[in-house]
Design a protein around this ligand. Structure first.
Ligand code: GLU
Length: 472
């Protein structure tokens, strides 16, 4: 059997949105499932709308999602010589022709067709025009589409699809400025790159019969196609910026793990029974395009949040820590340079206390930065007459703990002694200390919090709080 080769072929006219990412994921999964090859191709022939920042954003998003490619990225703009060669071949064989029709003529034609209630299409005026044209007269190159018969294909997702050739016109493959059109380049590329299966958005279904005719004119076999239905927002409308985050990197910024987004995306339009959680190896094993839903799927942010919470708790801590490091970096904290706890320890303590990595970074910044202020409501509620006394006593007690024993359980035990001595509940000891450690009245258990802060630093923070609260 022929080796499977799939591709993802984004046009770099903007960031990678979730719809594109899902298409990329499905193509990648199919290649991996079959032990095949996955190609990345940047379709940048639209020079006006393609940008380098968009290319960078696509590559960054693919890397973040760990959708690694085996070949590419290929760039269409580097393949002009090859496209010209194919244009010349098609012209020489009479499978394409130069069309000199003026804009005015085409417009009149279109208006006439509209008036008659017909679908606007090129009438083939230049098909057999052998009149002389001067070399500087502008022309486009059109593909000579068959007049009769049907183009049929068996879509991996949608099943059997047929188009009448009489519905298709002689579409332009080279514009008057010499630039080439999508329907042409995509065929030359997919053929040259040996693509066996094309998985893409169903906004391309209408292009597919044109592309198939072109493959046939070139005398080559077309790939198998699978067209994936689009993604709708929670409200049933086409997913757009109105629905909040739509770009992959925006999800990273909001604090989602790549594992959560990938798991979310695979379920968005594909299913395996009612299973929701899939590791990547499991997805690879189980994925087949035949199980992709025919109808559109709706985005469900709640489910993505749920998956994110799941992966924050269950992934190896060092993996979550890598992502946390990135978020702390966005807050201006370079964890390689500043003093602070091991990131895995932060993850251990906060994976159930934060819904996203962004929130975790915000909550954990106090372990890497000095305390500049104390939460006013917390101070009002917890700092009472005897609080400074309790803080002083806590400091003395804690100083007796040797550095090697600076762990949550030891710290908690020592503080229980302080509470007993003052005949108060643990909250009256813990809350002022928590304010001292984090500037806020909420954090993990006080022993855990102090372990995160670190021994020497914890002492300094208690002293700083004693000074601040003594003035109250
Ligand atoms: N460049 C096209 C797009 O971004 C994809 C074309 C294809 O997959 O055939 O929509």
């Amino acid at each position: 059997m022929e080796k499977v080769k799939t591709r993802f072929a984004p046009s770099p006219t903007g960031y990678l949105h979730v719809g594109g990412a899902r298409t990329a994921l499905f193509s990648w999964l199919y290649a991996r499932h079959c032990g095949g090859t996955f190609v990345l191709r940047i379709e940048d022939t639209d020079r006006e709308r393609s940008t380098q920042p968009a290319i960078d954003a696509i590559l960054e998003s693919m890397q973040w999602l760990r959708l690694n490619w085996d070949e590419g990225p290929y760039y269409q703009t580097k393949r002009y010589d090859r496209y010209r060669e194919v244009i010349d071949q098609l012209l020489a064989e009479g499978k394409a022709y130069k069309c000199y029709c003026s804009k005015e003529r085409l417009e009149t034609l279109r208006n006439e067709q509209k008036e008659k209630g017909l679908k606007p299409r090129y009438d083939g005026h230049c098909r057999d025009d052998h009149s002389e044209h001067s070399p500087d007269e502008p022309y486009v190159v059109r593909f000579r589409n068959p007049d009769t018969g049907v183009v049929a294909f068996d879509d991996m997702v949608k099943g059997h699809i047929e188009f009448q050739n009489s519905e298709l016109d002689d579409f332009i493959i080279q514009r008057s400025d010499g630039s080439l059109t999508y329907n042409f380049c995509v065929v030359v590329d997919d053929y040259d790159m040996g693509i066996t299966h094309v998985i893409r958005g169903d906004d391309h279904v209408n292009n597919t019969p044109r592309q198939i005719n072109l493959y046939r004119a070139l005398g080559v076999k077309e790939p198998v196609f699978g067209h994936v239905a689009m993604i709708l927002g929670d409200d049933g409308n086409k997913l757009s910026k109105r629905h909040g985050a739509v770009s992959v990197m925006q999800y990273r910024e909001e604090g989602y793990l790549p594992e959560a987004l990938v798991n979310y995306l695979v379920r968005l339009g594909w299913s395996h029974g009612d299973q929701e959680i899939f590791s990547v190896p499991e997805m690879i094993e189980l994925f087949t395009p035949e199980q992709i839903n025919k109808s559109a799927s709706s985005f469900n942010t709640k489910k993505l949040q749920w998956l994110n919470a799941h992966y924050m708790k269950t992934l190896p801590r060092e993996e979550v820590a890598t992502e946390l490091k990135w978020h702390l970096g966005r807050l201006g904290i370079d964890t390689d340079k500043v003093e602070g706890p091991a990131l895995e320890l932060v993850v251990k303590n906060y994976c159930e206390r934060a819904h996203t990595l962004k929130e975790m970074a915000e909550k954990a910044r106090c372990y890497f930065e000095d305390i500049k202020e104390y939460d006013a409501a917390g101070v009002k509620k917890w700092i009472k007459e005897n609080s400074v006394e309790i803080l002083k006593d806590s400091l003395e007690t804690l100083q007796a703990i040797p550095a090697a024993e600076w762990q949550a359980a030891t710290i908690d035990k020592a503080l229980e002694g302080v509470a007993a001595k003052h005949e108060v509940g643990m909250a009256k000891v813990g809350q002022p200390l928590r304010l001292a450690m984090t500037g806020t009245p909420s954090s993990p258990g006080i022993g855990d919090t102090m372990e995160l802060v670190g021994r020497e630093r914890a002492f300094k923070r208690i002293e700083q709080a004693i000074a601040a609260f003594s003035q109250k």
